[in-house]
Design a protein around this ligand. Structure first.
Ligand code: AMP
Ligand code: ZN
Length: 472
């Protein structure tokens, strides 16, 4: 697979460290609130990536953390503790908040057909691992204690701003406008590994450490959870584009300082979902959730389809108008699949299958071009392949796309059957006579019968999916 690597800013062939296997790490949610549909755009695209890699035959192991401690409202070391903020808002304990929103996150993922990673690790359950790595960083001279906290010393690195898209002036934590400067830091870009002298006296979760009672910084979580579960060489690391700095930059700094060699080969960043008024964010207070979309009558898979229609490296604007367009297209697609399903019989044609599958593979193999993969799906339905081959291909593509199209088609067919079984015998007899008349090309009689059916309060219609009968 060719994939755009944010680290080298090039499309590259994805070559795993160990042939046939692939280690994949994803930054998990900060569980102080519901995930908004922007967060879920990232998780949908990462889910498609994971499934596509499996589809190509790789043995993928995927790990994700749950941030239930250490993430401040800025992505650096300033602002309030997000978890504490959530607990105060809801008059609950931090652990109650963490449990509630972790469950809510996975419930949303299930509705969107997002597979749960092989390992899900809450940060609060890995404190010993953080302490081990921080101790080693101090020993190696990459970290220091100041004012009671432990900081990573970025001046010890040859290169800190590895993603290269940032200017030091713009982004150095502590010099951004309105952000207080931490006088303990030796260098502007240094970041906290362990907070001991917390400014949050009411911090609920604290652990003993060689440096006093305290809690870990956000960045160290991901490095440690990844290295613990996926070893010293990570193939692929994912996250939203906002995670590039400082979060992923700091992850690389501390992991490579600890390991003494290059850590992760490929970085996959999903661009943001925006509204007309800018980036969707939890801290803005008002944000869109999967439940909200459901309450407005949208199937969550319509949102998945909406996301797949555009490339992950382009920002995507959410409007209800755009979502309605996706809904209409998705419903039409399900109806076309239903039409194919009704006539599918026998074995798929292997040659045709391979020919049409190649288009799908080429789309996703080229930097996960999901919109072209959807086009490949339409191409299958438009093709001259027989229905059994079409259905086999749609089932095959769904291992990656997870749109449940065949399931939706089955539901449509069932609903049609149920509607037909409500038709009184007298009407059904007239409909059958009309069908025979049409077959015999006796359209005058067919029209007469349609009028007679109408007089009795029923409508008969010919559609691409077959004859439809319903009450006026
Ligand atoms: P958080 O729960 O804030 O730690 O974020 C979870 C994931 O969502 C991270 O990978 C973020 O980079 C990503 N993310 C945050 N906002 C957006 C957005 N508007 N669009 C897409 N991804 C986002
Ligand atoms: Zn992370």
């Amino acid at each position: 697979m060719q994939i755009y690597n944010s680290l080298t800013r090039k499309k590259e062939e994805l070559v795993p460290h160990e042939p046939g296997k692939l280690s994949m790490y994803t930054c998990g949610p900060t569980v102080y609130h519901y995930a908004h549909i922007g967060n879920l755009r990232s998780y949908i695209m990462e889910d498609v990536l994971e499934k596509y890699l499996r589809y190509t035959g790789l043995d993928v192991k995927r790990v994700m953390n749950i941030t239930d401690v250490g993430h401040l409202t800025s992505d650096g070391d300033t602002g309030d503790d997000k978890m504490l903020k959530g607990a105060k808002r809801e008059h609950k304990t931090v652990m109650e908040i963490a449990k509630f929103y972790t469950d809510a996150f996975f419930a949303d993922c299930a509705k969107l057909n997002i597979k749960t990673p092989d390992v899900v690790a809450p940060a609060t359950q890995c404190i010993d691992d953080f302490i081990k790595v921080i101790s080693a960083l101090i020993e190696k001279g990459y970290a220091y204690e100041a004012g009671g906290n432990i900081y990573f010393d970025t001046s010890k690195l040859k290169e800190y701003y590895v993603f290269g898209d940032f200017s030091e002036e713009d982004l150095a934590v502590g010099v951004r406008e309105g952000v207080e400067e931490d006088g303990n830091k030796r260098n502007k870009a240094d970041f906290v590994l362990w907070f001991t002298k917390s400014k949050f006296d009411d911090q609920e979760l604290k652990w003993d450490s060689p440096w006093g009672v305290g809690y870990p910084g956000w960045h160290i979580e991901c490095s440690c959870i990844s290295m613990k579960n996926l070893g010293e060489y990570l193939d692929l690391h994912c996250g939203g584009i906002d995670n590039q700095f400082p979060h992923h930059t700091n992850e690389i700094a501390q992991s490579e300082a600890y390991l003494g060699h290059k850590w992760c080969s490929y970085w996959f960043h999903v661009h943001h979902l925006n509204t007309n008024s800018g980036k969707m964010s939890k801290s803005k207070g008002e944000f869109l959730t999967v439940s909200l979309l459901e309450s407005k009558g949208y199937d969550p898979l319509v949102y998945r389809f909406f996301c797949l229609q555009s490339h992950y490296r382009k920002s995507l604007v959410f409007t209800y108008e755009n979502l309605d367009n996706a809904k209409r297209a998705f419903e039409k697609l399900a109806a076309s699949v239903a039409a194919a399903k009704k006539t599918a019989s026998g074995e798929p044609d292997a040659a045709k299958f391979a020919e049409l599958k190649a288009g799908f593979d080429a789309a996703l193999g080229n930097d996960l071009n999901t919109s072209l993969a959807i086009t490949a799906l339409y191409d299958v339905l438009k093709s001259d392949a027989d229905s059994a081959t079409k259905i086999a291909l749609i089932n095959d593509f769904d291992k990656v796309l997870s749109l449940d199209l065949v399931k939706k088609a089955d539901a449509l067919i069932e609903a049609e059957k149920a509607a037909e079984s409500d038709v009184p015998a007298e009407i059904q007899a007239l409909v059958d006579q009309r069908r025979e008349a049409r077959k015999a090309k006796n359209f005058a009689l067919a029209d007469e019968l349609r009028d007679k059916i109408a007089e009795l309060g029923w409508v008969v219609e010919e559609t691409r999916q077959g004859t439809k009968i319903y009450k006026k």
